[in-house]
Every structure is written in structure tokens, then in C-alpha cells.
Design a protein around this ligand. Structure first.
Ligand SMILES: C[S@@+](CC[C@H](N)C(=O)[O-])C[C@H]1O[C@@H](n2cnc3c(N)ncnc32)[C@H](O)[C@@H]1O
Length: 330
């Protein structure tokens, strides 16, 4: 992902700051540490979730991860211009804000969540959007697996939501999300082996149903990432003052590890390769680990191949490489 440090949009940042200023204050640090251990243990965003802690520490990170995934959608499908969005398991509306920043032509937003407290926050934040369609978002209480036929959208995004669905209900939830996706489905999960396993299962099932991989997969062959390995990426995000305070952190940024999967109804895979790790700097070359339709490969570009070396040095973990660039490797 050749993206610089990712920040929430100024309007979202300001709306979050207003919410945090209006809260009880004081307990943010305790709330943030409680929230971290809650999610680490696989906890759900239930009614007791600490909204202030979520806004201060998780929202900036999930916003950065969804934005990075949507950036790859725009790279792979520059002509894709969704008009309608379903943000499934919306929480505070993270994916809606990220999608609004990516596609200003979105004219209808539906935010669906099973937690009314989270959905109330989503509606208050959405009211601060510069996009009138997001201000007028339809915020609905509901279950992902029970999405009805009339609740579909061009683009469906489920961000950090599958992790909260019990294993026995996951397949039905994924089928419902795919049925709701008029053109494209974006799934974003924590960048853990478990997060990736959920996405790999979704990929296996939905490719059989005719889905076309858009990103990070560049091909529709069997996923070559197996065993104890897992496909995930990293995005750097700026920490706000509240974020630094909540985490008692010293650095003004952090790296969010995430996994994602984008599937479309039409078109074909991009071909080429996806860079699966940070580059290895060798004495005379730079080397990358790539996922391609032929399987996992390593690509080394020698310094003496000046032009190819200059181009490859601009690439980083998560980026897509066209076939031509792969061929220029040694
Ligand atoms: C970790 S939060 C992620 C929120 C937001 N998408 C983000 O990326 O910041 C997970 C959200 O999914 C919602 N959720 C969990 N299971 C759900 C289900 N079966 N149907 C609808 N929403 C669900 C939770 O209430 C919570 O708001």
C-alpha cells in the first residue's frame, strides 16, 4: 500500500472530537485498555461497548484499513462508480465515511447494525458529513444474515464485522452479504490468522457462486497462502491527541494490520501479482514476495537494472504489480 499516513477526514475527526468532549471524560484510558482486551478475547460489540474508547482508538484504525482496501478497489477498477452503499455491521459508520471519501457520487447510504447504541452514534456522526446523502443515511437495526432482497446496494462493505459472527452463522451471513451486493462486496477483517481464515472461506465459497476477485487476489486460482501463513497488510495511521492519551502512547502514529477481500459480479481478475510482505533489501537487489496466479513467487530486481529498480523501489507491501513489471524482475 503506497499510501502515506492515513487520517480520518477533517469532518469525521471534528465530529468524533465533539462526541468525546460531550462524554463523561476521565475514563478513556481505562476504556481503551478494556476494549483492547475485549476484542482480543473475541468479544462482541454488545450494548455495553465503550463508545468513547472505540471512537478514540478503534475508529481511526478501522477507518484507515477500510480506506486502504477501497484505495485498492479504485486502482483495480477505476471505472467503478457506485451510487448506493450498504455498510453492514456499520458500528459508528466507519465504512460509510471511507466510501464517501472514495466516491463522491454515492447517493444512498444504508447503515445496518444489530447494536442500537452504536447505530445511534453512527447517525450523529453522519449528520456532520459534507455529503448530503450520508447526512440522510438510513440507519437500520438488523442482522446481517437476515438482509432482505430490498436491502441491497451497488457496493456492500462489512468491516471488522464477520469477526463478531459465530462460526455456525458465518456462511449464512456471507451468503446474505453477497446476495445484497449488486456489483461489489468488500470484506475487511483484523489482520490475524483467524481474520484471514474467515476471508479465505468466503473466497472459496463465493468464487464457486461466480464471484470475481478484485483485490488483494489478482487471480481466481486456489489461494496459495496456506498452513500457518496468512495474507494480511498494514496501514499507518496518525494518532489524535485523544488516541495518544487513551493508549498512553509515545508515537504519533500506529500500524494497523488488516486482511481484506474484494469480490465483484462482473469483469475479470487484474492478473499480475500482489506484494505480500515488506521488501527485503539485499546487497545488489530488492526482493518481494508475490502472490500470482501461478502461486507464491519471489521477485528480485537487481540494482543494475536501473529503470526497473527505480520503479520497483516505489512499491511496497500490499501494492499490485502488473505482469510487465513482474517480467522485468530477475
Ligand atoms: C468491531 S465493530 C466494527 C464497526 C465498523 N464496521 C468499523 O469497522 O469500525 C463490529 C460491528 O458489527 C456489529 N455486528 C456484529 N454482529 C452483527 C450482526 N450479526 N448483524 C449486524 N451487525 C452486527 C456490531 O454491533 C458492531 O457495531
Amino acid at each position: 500500500m503506497s499510501l502515506k499516513k492515513l487520517e480520518m477526514t477533517p469532518e469525521l475527526k471534528a465530529a468524533v472530537e465533539r462526541e468525546l468532549a460531550g462524554g463523561p471524560g476521565g475514563g478513556l484510558r481505562a476504556g481503551a485498555s478494556g476494549l483492547a482486551s475485549h476484542y482480543r478475547k473475541g468479544g462482541r460489540s454488545d450494548a455495553a461497548i465503550d463508545l468513547a474508547a472505540y471512537m478514540a482508538v478503534r475508529l481511526p484504525a478501522t477507518f484507515a484499513a477500510v480506506s486502504a482496501a477501497l484505495h485498492e478497489v479504485r486502482q483495480a477498477r477505476p471505472d467503478f462508480a457506485p451510487r448506493t452503499l450498504l455498510d453492514a455491521g456499520s458500528g459508528p459508520g466507519t465504512a460509510s465515511w471511507a466510501a464517501a471519501a472514495a466516491w463522491s457520487g454515492l447517493s444512498r447510504f444504508t447503515l445496518l447494525d444489530s447494536n442500537p447504541v452504536f447505530l445511534g452514534l453512527a447517525a450523529r456522526l453522519a449528520a456532520a458529513s459534507p455529503l448530503s446523502a450520508l447526512r440522510a443515511a438510513d440507519c437500520r437495526i438488523g442482522e446481517i444474515a437476515c438482509l432482505g432482497p430490498g436491502e441491497g446496494a451497488d457496493l456492500v462493505v462489512a468491516s471488522y464485522a464477520l469477526a463478531e459472527i459465530p462460526d455456525g452463522r458465518l456462511e449464512a451471513a456471507i451468503a446474505a452479504l453477497w446476495a445484497a451486493a449488486g456489483a461489489m462486496l468488500v470484506l475487511v477483517e483484523p489482520g490475524t490468522p483467524a481474520g484471514f481464515a474467515r476471508l479465505r472461506a468466503a473466497r472459496d465459497g463465493l468464487l464457486k457462486a461466480g464471484a470475481v476477485p478484485v483485490a488483494p487476489c489478482t487471480h481466481a486460482a486456489a489461494c496459495p497462502v496456506t498452513g500457518s501463513d496468512w495474507c494480511h497488510f498494514s496501514v499507518r495511521l496518525a494518532r489524535s491527541r485523544a488516541h495518544i492519551h487513551a493508549k498512553n502512547a509515545s508515537l504519533p502514529f500506529e500500524d494497523e494490520k488488516f486482511a481484506y477481500l474484494v469480490l465483484a459480479r462482473n469483469g475479470g481478475p487484474t492478473g499480475g501479482g500482489r506484494i505480500l510482505s515488506p521488501p527485503f533489501e539485499l546487497k545488489h537487489a530488492t526482493s518481494f514476495r508475490l502472490c500470482t496466479g501461478r502461486g507464491l513467487e519471489s521477485l528480485a530486481v537487481a540494482k543494475r537494472e536501473r529503470e526497473a529498480y527505480r520503479s520497483i523501489r516505489k512499491k511496497s507491501w500490499g501494492d499490485w504489480l502488473p505482469d510487465k513489471m513482474e517480467e522485468n524482475g530477475t
